[in-house]
Each structure stands twice: as structure tokens, then as C-alpha cells.
Design a protein around this ligand. Structure first.
Ligand code: NAD
Length: 290
């Protein structure tokens, strides 16, 4: 297929390289990042989109996505697919889908989980919102970049699934960190706490796959001085998107809001920036003051 790929950063770079390596004709554009192996440089976003069967975007946020959509949609062929893999707010995803429909372009929101490791290995999970016919068109590309695709419903529902998932992740990690800090103060050995909770009702992905305590459970960023992994500031971004969406539909998310406050203070006023989000354990372990 002929593909335009816009946003070739930490995630988009390896995703585009995998598509090129699979034999697709990929034309890329980024305002800063270099062209990945096998990707031909376009002069602009519109140039990358011209005559493409599929235009893929992997951009920082909804404002950038809307600006790029303004540039690429007029250049796209009717019937082509705009596949946005960025994590953005639900409103931006739905606005771009409506704008695309006006030009007879199909739009899919398809945020991912799996991080840079999954992008490089081609094992991402895609959560897709939009029409099933457009998903059929892009499925061969998703199969190159990822291992699993879940169709979540109409436009915006991929983003909705992503922020719900990450709100669960953020809150379970925060309370897992608190449990380790509480165990310390109660004189309970961390390994003993892990051995009980990992096989009891306190079990979660945050505990058993991504344990925030160094030396406990499987290898995780905690064992690598909390190098990300998934940076704490990205967790703040995703949890802010969840709170914004909750406000928009009047959903009560007090636990999510408190978890966000913990990560935001860790990143903005403490030493959390540049660390993995599981480093929140360092904050939880300090004496009570929050
Ligand atoms: P990144 O900052 O490394 O890449 C974004 C790229 O977009 C940059 O190279 C930037 O130069 C480019 N860009 C910005 N404005 C542009 C414009 N107007 N035109 C063209 N290019 C432009 O970020 P990333 O880590 O690759 O993340 C991309 C998206 O994926 C984000 O929405 C992020 O939330 C999401 N995501 C990231 C991870 C992760 O672990 N990094 C995991 C899942 C989802």
C-alpha cells in the first residue's frame, strides 16, 4: 500500500520502519525527527498524504492532530483512510472524524498500548474507533505494527478505551505503591507482601507484571533505576485526558482524580520527571505529607 506517515518520534519512527520493511511504500513527514530506515521524506504533511491509500498519524496531542488534519485532509483521495494512532482527547478524535467524513475520507482513531518496545517489535495492541469497513482496509497494516486489534465501536471509542484502561493502570499502580510503603512502616517484608498479594485478591498487572518495588517480582523499570518504561509525565497526560472526558460527560471519577494529583505533584514539584511512572513508590515512601 501507499502510506503517508506523519509523526516519526519514539513510537512513529519504529512503526513506520516496520511498514517499510514489510514492503509498503511509506512517505514520511516530521517537523523534527529524522526519517526511519526505508521511509522516503515528503516535503510536507500534505505531500505525504497525496495519493496515499492510508495516512497514519502518531502525534503528541489533540491540538497537533487537529492542525495536521487541516493540512492532510484536503490532500487526501476520497475513500482513503486517516488512521490516527496518537493518544488524544475523545473530542478531537470525533471532530477529526467528522471533518474527514465531509471529504469522504474514512477516519479511525486507533491508540496503542505496548510502548516503544511494542512499536519496535511490531507487537502493539490497537484499540480502534470508527467504521468496520475502514478497519478492514487497514488491518494488514495493523498486523505489521501490532499483535492484537480490538474494534471498540464508532469514532472516538478507541480513545475512550485507551483512557479508561490507563485510568485503571494509574490508580492500581498508585495504590500498589501505597501498599508497599504501608508494609514497610508496619514492619512487613516487601517480598512477603508480594507473595501474599500476588496470589490473592490484591493481584493486578501493576503488581505482578510491572512491580514498582525493586528486586521483587519479574524484571521491571524499578530494577533499572526507574528508567522508563512508561514515563510518569505520559501517565499525567493520559490521566488528564481521562478526567477531561469524565468532566465532559459528568462521570464521577474521584479515585482517578486523586491518582492524577499524586502523579502530577510527583512530576511537577518533585523528582518524577523523566522517571518511570512506577517510581511513584519513592513519593509514597516518604513521610506523610500528602
Ligand atoms: P514523540 O514526541 O517522540 O513523537 C511525536 C513526533 O511528532 C515528534 O517527532 C514531533 O517532532 C512530531 N510532530 C509534532 N508536531 C508535528 C507536526 N505538526 N507535523 C509533523 N510532526 C510533528 O512522542 P511518542 O512517544 O512517539 O508518542 C506519540 C503518541 O503516542 C502520543 O500521543 C503518546 O501519548 C502516544 N503513546 C506513546 C507511548 C510511549 O510509550 N512513548 C505509548 C503509547 C502511546
Amino acid at each position: 500500500m501507499r502510506i503517508g506517515f506523519i509523526g516519526l518520534g519514539n513510537m512513529g519512527g519504529p512503526m513506520a520502519a516496520n511498514l517499510a520493511a514489510a514492503g509498503h511504500d511509506v512517505r514520511g513527514h516530521d517537523t523534527a525527527a529524522p526519517m526511519p530506515d526505508g521511509v522516503n521524506a515528503a516535503d510536507s504533511a500534505a505531500d505525504a498524504a497525496m495519493q496515499a491509500d492510508v495516512v497514519i498519524t502518531m502525534l503528541p496531542d489533540g491540538a497537533v492532530l487537529r492542525a495536521v488534519a487541516d493540512q492532510v485532509l484536503p490532500a487526501m483521495t476520497p475513500g482513503a483512510v486517516l488512521l490516527d494512532c496518537s493518544t488524544v482527547d475523545v473530542d478531537s478524535a470525533r471532530a477529526v472524524a467528522a471533518q474527514a467524513a465531509d471529504r469522504e475520507v474514512h477516519a479511525l482513531d486507533a491508540p496503542v498500548s505496548g510502548g516503544v518496545v511494542g512499536a519496535t517489535a511490531g507487537t502493539l495492541t490497537f484499540m480502534v474507533g470508527g467504521r468496520a469497513e475502514a478497519l478492514v482496509t487497514v488491518q494488514p497494516l495493523l498486523d505489521v505494527m501490532g499483535g492484537r486489534t480490538v474494534h471498540c465501536g464508532p469514532a472516538g471509542n478507541g480513545q475512550a478505551a485507551k483512557i479508561c484502561n490507563n485510568m485503571i493502570l494509574g490508580a492500581t499502580m498508585a495504590v500498589t505503591c501505597e501498599a508497599f510503603a504501608l508494609a514497610d512502616k508496619l514492619g512487613l517484608d516487601r517480598q512477603a507482601m508480594y507473595d501474599v498479594a500476588s496470589t490473592s485478591s490484591g493481584q493486578s498487572w501493576s503488581l505482578t507484571t510491572y512491580c514498582p518495588a525493586p528486586g521483587i517480582g519479574p524484571q521491571s523499570p524499578a530494577d533499572n533505576d526507574y528508567k522508563p518504561g512508561f514515563a510518569a509525565e505520559l501517565m499525567v497526560k493520559d490521566m488528564r485526558l481521562a478526567m477531561q472526558a469524565a468532566d465532559a460527560v459528568d462521570a464521577a471519577t474521584p479515585v482517578g482524580a486523586e491518582a492524577l494529583r499524586q502523579y502530577a505533584e510527583f512530576v511537577e514539584t518533585e523528582d518524577g520527571r523523566g522517571r518511570d511512572f512506577s517510581a511513584l513508590l519513592l513519593r509514597s515512601s516518604r513521610d506523610r505529607r500528602h
